[in-house]
Design a protein around this ligand. Structure first.
Ligand code: CUA
Length: 179
């Protein structure tokens, strides 16, 4: 029997369902339900799916708040990019734009931050390495993530959403200090 041919019985929907087909439906349905259950489970126990909040904003409004933090807490510069050390527990900001993650943040280990993220122009992809945390960064929306870095070191931010000719140069940095 093949599905390329018309059914032998015209009233095919009254035919009994084949055993193999029933098994396949059963397997597929079971797998669907497992995946469905995994969504909330992975959200709670997984290490990558973050609980983000999203707010509407504008590039101008968001840019102004990033600049405010930079003006207050810049401690040095690296290749023309300010390195900002905001107080532990505060709101920290990063923006994506062609083709930069701005500024470089310096955070403290085991301190909680409200990390804000938005784009100044197009869609970018925030990818934190090596921990592989990925977030979409979209202009007009501000994402807020409550985070507590638990390992000191230097983290790289790469853009993983193609955004034009300089996409591959769009790299940033977050330092986590052990104090
Ligand atoms: Cu920004 Cu690719």
């Amino acid at each position: 029997m093949t599905s390329f041919l018309p059914p032998a019985e015209r009233i095919w929907w009254n035919e009994p369902v084949g055993r193999q087909e029933l098994i396949w439906i059963g397997i597929a349905l079971t797998w669907c339900l497992i995946m469905f259950a995994m969504m909330p489970i992975w959200h709670v126990y997984g290490k990558q799916n973050l609980s983000t909040e999203a707010y509407q904003t504008t590039p101008a409004a968001y840019g102004a708040r990033v600049q405010e933090m930079i003006d207050k807490y810049t401690v040095r510069e690296e290749a023309g990019i300010p390195v900002v050390h905001p107080p532990a527990g505060s709101d920290v900001y990063m923006l994506g734009r062609l083709w930069q993650w701005w500024p470089i943040l310096e955070l403290e280990k085991d301190k909680s931050y409200r990390f804000h993220l938005s784009s100044m122009d197009y869609q970018h992809g925030f990818s934190l390495q090596p921990v592989n945390i990925n977030l979409q960064v979209v202009p007009g929306y501000e994402m807020v993530i409550n985070m507590t870095p638990d390992q000191a070191g230097e983290y790289g931010v790469v853009c993983n959403e193609y955004c034009g000719i300089g996409h591959h140069t769009m790299v940033g940095k977050i330092y986590v200090e052990d104090k």
